[in-house]
Design a binder for this molecule. Structure first.
Ligand code: LMR
Length: 397
């Protein structure tokens, strides 16, 4: 009965991760999957996470189920991390949060809620967008379309074209937005552009669905949430999928949340009841460990400060590596201008080389990146950045 199943190609991102792990060459450079790395190439457990974890282990007396919405304390601190302590939405009675298995789980829950509310809804995603947005949003039956976003000529956002297309969408369309550190391009909206976009979304009665997976790794935790904070202050309905994988380094603990702002408190109660039903039918309840850690960190003054310092350290490391990459590439490959890499934000940028060059980098130089030439700048280290730049110089024609 199962014999006819076709064997599938590996997932584009996880496939590169597996190919890198299988390469035994000591010079190999991993610019594939989006994880933080320190200058030893490690993805360490954050100090604040380790401490919070130890406290949990010492204190925890039961492993019984938590609740259908997950860890309520976690949900509350996640709302405040997203919106700040004083945001009007917090007191409005219109905001509800459900814990989710990672940002992916939150995106899928949001997609299922949209499908329940509007079975014919079309979700519009940026060109390009994170590869996994496509199955996460469309596997439940929602239709996906694309709006223009990235301008390869400038390395920034082609905002006029983006806004022009969004301004012609039918009412009740869903627009998926990246709050910051756009994956895969690193090109973010400026604050003024968020404000302009708000006007269009309001005028056309569109539903924004914001993915915030890198809060704190772009300009700072508050700055990276500018878009969601603005939209939740000004619009009746907003969905936000949040991830703690990157900013808390909790990747494998699958820790995230879906926030839903509804038009009225009654509608909010209905939405959360639907989400509980959806989650129950998908995986019943989310894992608690990561959520308990985040709750411990964000409610403990000392731990919070320690986490904020580590997060700032991660953010500054990204900026240092971006600047160093531009400098090294300028030396080894002067015929191309890579200066846009220093202007972009978060883990990712396009190297802007063709698939043949990507293959050569992988096969001849053991430098791994996504087929579309997306690099995770955190795969660079001070001791391999020169090797990387020289390899690029050899393949770029
Ligand atoms: C990435 O884009 O590399 C990360 O978000 C990890 C993932 O799950 O794809």
């Amino acid at each position: 009965m199962l014999e006819h199943l076709d064997r599938l190609a590996p997932d584009p991102i996880l496939g590169v991760m597996a190919a890198f792990r299988a390469d035994t060459d000591p010079r190999k450079v991993d610019l594939g999957v989006g994880v933080f790395r320190d200058d030893a190439g490690e993805t360490p457990v954050l100090r604040a996470v380790r401490e919070a974890e130890q406290e949990i282990l010492a204190r925890q007396t039961t492993k019984t189920y938590v609740s259908a919405v997950g860890n309520a304390g976690f949900n509350e601190v996640m709302e405040r991390l997203l919106l700040g302590q004083q945001h009007g939405a917090l007191a409005s009675g219109r905001l509800r949060t459900i814990q989710a298995p990672g940002g992916c789980g939150a995106l899928r829950l949001g997609a299922e809620l949209i499908r329940t509310a509007m079975p014919d809804a079309v979700v519009h995603v940026s060109t390009p967008t994170w590869a996994n947005h496509v199955p996460l949003l469309s596997n439940c039956g929602l239709k996906l379309e694309r709006y223009p976003y990235f301008d390869p000529a400038t390395g920034g956002v082609d905002f006029d074209r983006m806004l022009g297309v969004i301004d012609r969408l039918p009412q009740r369309s869903v627009v998926l937005l990246h709050a910051s550190c756009h994956n895969p391009t690193g090109a973010d909206l400026e604050d003024a552009q968020w404000r302009e976009l708000l006007g269009v979304i309001r005028r056309r009665s569109l539903l924004p669905f914001i993915d915030i997976a890198y809060q704190g790794l772009g300009r700072g935790a508050a700055e990276d949430a500018y878009g969601p904070r603005l939209f939740c202050a000004e619009l009746p309905e907003v969905l936000v999928a949040a991830s703690c994988s990157k900013n808390f380094g909790l990747y494998r603990e699958r820790t995230g949340a879906l926030h839903v702002l509804s038009a009225t408190p009654t509608a909010a109660d209905a939405a959360i009841s639907q989400l509980m039903r959806i989650a129950r039918g998908l995986y019943s309840m989310p894992p608690d460990h990561g959520a308990a850690i985040v709750h411990g960190i964000l409610t403990g003054e000392r731990l919070r400060k320690s986490w904020e310092d580590e997060l700032e350290g991660m953010r500054l490391r990204i900026q240092r590596l971006r600047n160093a990459a531009v400098e090294a590439l300028a030396g080894a490959c002067a015929r191309r201008d890579f200066s846009y890499i220093a202007r972009q934000r978060g883990m990712f940028s396009y190297l802007g080389v063709n698939p043949q060059a990507v293959r050569e980098l992988r096969e001849r130089h053991h430098v791994y990146m996504m087929d579309d030439s997306r690099i995770n700048v955190l795969g660079l280290r001070m001791d391999n950045i020169g090797y990387f730049a020289e390899a690029v110089g050899k393949v770029v024609v």
